[in-house]
Design a protein around this ligand. Structure first.
Ligand code: P6P
Length: 286
């Protein structure tokens, strides 16, 4: 299967067309259900609803062999064998209560899941911000779109991280950071040219890094050695796009895309941004 498989574009187009409906569907679904996702997190009504909507639509696309989601333990297997789709239907759904930015993250693989990020052929995210946008990486380049009413309009092509990094955002509780990571953060923070940007939804923070340059990390923690974010649904798709935009990713010692999965819901320490920041981080964690 080559990246020009029509199933890839069909998946991206379907997610783009669904974005306005998902955004509207958040209204009235801000409560929680009495269920946990496979990562043990209480689900919002909107998590479940967005997952069902995308699961139905994406698994029905000709060529899509699997639909997997952060919100469900089981994979939808269609028997097709061309592309395999992993989705975080609503990243940052805890931001629903405070009406802050959230997003939909997707990765399109050419191997059955769980798969390493090196098997991605496309990835991206929809951002439910003041306006609804999409960033998508295919064929080694990143394109930004504005989404409205099911239409997708290109607003920028060949997107790359700015050379001068500006923003930083680091997740996890500070007392749970490892000392070497905490020291690295202190160096980044001490530069008056850098600004703190942390909004509680990884995808909003990563989109700031893509736009302004910098670094986002949700690192390994003393009480969670693999951090919080999920490899298949967050780490790989984000790393693939940031690397396509000229940045770097790391689990602390290697590109996220080289991490070999053992389970569909594996977590991974995630660090993405300008190459100089990630190089410095890996030196600091050696
Ligand atoms: P914390 C949202 O639940 C999420 O998975 C990411 O989008 C976000 O970066 C992280 O968790 C926030 O975690 O521990 O800061 O609440």
């Amino acid at each position: 299967m080559t990246v020009s498989d029509p199933a890839v574009e069909d998946v991206v187009a379907t997610i783009g067309r669904s974005a306005t409906e998902i955004r509207q569907g958040l209204i009235g679904r801000r409560g929680t259900v009495d269920e946990e996702n496979p990562s043990g997190e209480i689900q919002a009504e909107a998590d479940v609803w967005a997952d069902e909507l995308l699961g139905d639509r994406l698994s029905s696309i000709d060529g899509v062999g699997q639909y997997a989601s952060e919100e469900r333990s089981e994979i939808i297997d269609t028997g097709d064998e061309r592309v395999y789709v992993a989705v975080d239907p609503l990243d940052g759904s805890s931001n629903l209560k405070s009406n802050n930015t959230m997003g939909t993250v997707f990765g399109i693989y050419d191997e059955p899941l769980p798969a390493p990020g090196s098997a991605l052929v496309a990835s991206g995210w929809v951002l439910y911000g003041p306006i609804t946008t999409m960033a998508c990486a295919q064929d080694g380049s990143v394109t930004k779109y504005e989404l409205t009413g099911g239409e997708r309009t290109v607003v920028e092509e060949d997107v790359t991280l700015p050379d001068d990094p500006l923003v930083y955002g680091f997740g996890g509780r500070v007392p749970h950071w490892h000392d070497d990571f905490r020291e690295y953060v202190r160096v980044i923070e001490s530069n008056p040219d850098h600004k703190l940007r942390y909004g509680g939804a990884m995808i909003g923070d990563v989109n700031q890094v893509l736009t302004y340059g910098g670094i986002f990390a949700y690192p390994a923690l003393e009480d969670n050695p693999r951090g919080k974010l999920r490899l298949q649904f967050e780490g790989n798709p984000i790393a693939y796009l940031i690397e396509a935009a000229g940045g770097r990713s790391s689990d602390g010692s290697q590109s996220i895309l080289e991490v070999e999965p053992t389970d569909l819901h594996d977590r991974v320490p995630l660090h993405v941004g300008n190459a100089e920041f990630i190089d410095q981080l890996e030196d600091a964690l050696e």
